[in-house]
Design a protein around this ligand. Structure first.
Ligand code: AMP
Ligand code: MG
Length: 487
């Protein structure tokens, strides 16, 4: 084992120092033979990390947690969570570590976090491991989300460990280096609340305000303002998911951030044929986290956040509940406003058009899409072509041609702007069959399909020749798609 002095790298241990009650100092498992599968060079540069150094043997040791920079204290973070509606008071990082925080090029604090770094005291029955496939999946989907302009945790690197992981079969193991504006979750506050330590809860809320929602500090009730800010961030986030057809798949409260970034890409998938009932996760038998339920679930999760924060809203708990209920009531309006504005942009509608005209137009469109099982992404992209005068590519997606023609006539009369549409309707998303193809190849040692897919989806609005296959829905024989948790 080399004993080169650890570089400083500017990693702070702020969470570890300030929240010892929720952070267990821990070390990653030894990885004797780390091999880099993918490195996000632009993100590395943003963090002030030298990509060439990250590719070196010491760099790889950092990326799997075996080289701990001076000043860093890797910790497993504690959090609680409502999983499929049931409360679990102690979850925490079972296979992940927060390596520390780094100040990025823009002056913001970012968490550097490792997933698949071995068992921690929160591992319960889990093996602490992660497989190459699911870690590359998080990498490609999170980077696609970022390129789509949707707030998300980022992926810095995936490093193969050389250690086999036992799932249904033996799979190659990997560690994902993830970057987030923080790993504070709704479940972090639920954890602090159940400790009964109101001072801890207050410090955590103040930390969240300083880090994510500094405007709340000046409010008359800063902690209520924090709650309002999280509501606004989540209303906007979930609206963006809905507009691109993203199904998170496991919206437990431990998988919902305070920052408003998408986190934890487990059984997530992009919807193809438009249907609010779309569910991919094999464990979501009841469809709790179906595409169309996501706004309602987000609000339900925010109610759990309110319960955790109640002692901070007011000394009088009845009054605190009243305040929380009033705040939570704003979610629906904020969500609808964000979604409607996004939908108008997807349809290229000019600002002046009255809601009384656009709302029924949108409702009718969604009914047509659902009835004809139309591929969500292709439809909106082709609609840009329709705005330029050629409706055939969009029209060809419908079974109900008359219905589409009547709708399109009304839509065209509003003067849609094709250029606006092309900037908000992606040509390329990580389609399920392409993701599976890329991960299967990578698991067998061939990274080329993964690299090509990554290339397509990280410039999603920029249609390029030769990438037609990345813009097309899954072939019929791909069948019904299922995703799995316990990745
Ligand atoms: P998730 O549903 O993936 O967000 O994870 C829920 C909980 O299970 C978290 O506490 C994770 O840390 C933990 N977990 C998931 N997979 C593993 C694993 N392979 N080993 C240990 N803990 C795990
Ligand atoms: Mg999670």
């Amino acid at each position: 084992m080399s004993v080169a002095p650890a570089p400083a790298l500017g990693l702070d241990d702020r969470f570890a120092r300030e929240f010892g009650e929720m952070a267990v100092p821990w070390r990653a498992q030894e990885v004797p033979d780390p091999r880099l599968l993918v490195l996000n060079e632009p993100l590395a540069a943003e963090l002030g990390l030298d990509p060439a150094w990250l590719r070196s043997s010491d760099g790889l040791r950092l990326l799997v947690g075996n080289l701990v920079p001076r000043g860093a204290t890797p910790v497993a973070q504690a959090y609680a969570g409502h999983q499929f509606g049931g409360f679990v008071p102690r979850l925490g990082d079972g296979r992940a570590l927060l390596l520390g925080e780094v100040v990025d090029a823009g002056g913001a604090l970012r968490d550097l976090h490792l997933k698949g770094a071995g068992r921690t005291p929160f591992a319960r029955g889990g093996d602490g491991q992660a497989a190459v496939g699911p870690m590359l999946r998080e990498y490609v989907v999170s980077e696609a989300m970022h390129a789509l302009g949707i707030p998300t945790t980022r992926s810095l690197a995936v490093v193969a460990t050389g250690r086999p992981v036992r799932r249904e079969t033996l799979l190659p193991g990997a560690v994902l280096a993830r970057v987030a504006s923080s790993h504070l979750r709704v479940g972090s506050f639920e954890y602090a609340r159940v400790t009964g330590d109101v001072d801890l809860l207050r410090r955590l809320a103040d930390h969240a305000i300083a880090r994510h929602h500094p405007g709340a500090a000046a409010a008359e009730r800063p902690h209520l303002a924090l709650f309002d800010a999280v509501i606004a961030a989540q209303a906007s986030l979930v609206a963006r998911w809905m507009l691109v057809g993203f199904v998170h798949g496991v919206m437990n409260t431990d998988n919902m951030t305070i920052s408003g970034e998408t986190i934890d890409y487990g059984p997530c998938a992009f919807m193809e044929a438009f249907d609010p009932g779309t569910v991919y996760s094999s464990i979501d038998a009841g469809g709790r986290y179906a595409y169309g339920n996501q706004p309602v679930v987000a609000q339900w999760n925010l109610a759990r956040l309110a319960e955790a924060l109640l002692p901070l809203f007011d000394d009088d708990q009845e009054q605190a509940v009243e305040l929380a209920v009033a705040s939570l009531g704003a979610f629906g309006g904020q969500y609808s406003a964000a979604w409607s504005a996004g939908m108008r942009a997807k349809l290229g509608l000019p600002d002046g058009v009255d809601d009384a005209v656009t709302a029924p137009l949108v409702d009718e469109l969604l009914a047509l899409l659902q009835h004809s099982h139309v591929d969500h992404t292709s439809f909106f992209r082709h609609l840009g072509t329709a705005a330029r005068g050629d409706a055939e590519p969009a029209r060809g997606l419908f079974l109900d041609l008359e219905g589409f023609d009547a709708w399109a006539q009304r839509w065209r009369a509003l003067g849609p702007a094709a250029a606006v549409m092309d900037r908000v309707n992606p040509a390329y998303i990580p389609r399920n069959h392409l993701v599976e193809e890329a991960l299967a190849a990578a698991t067998d040692g061939d990274l080329e399909p993964f690299e090509r897919l990554l290339d397509a989806v990280t410039a999603p609005y920029d249609e390029r020749p030769g990438l037609q296959r990345y813009a097309a829905p899954a072939p019929q024989d791909f069948g019904a798609y299922r995703t799995f948790c316990g990745t």
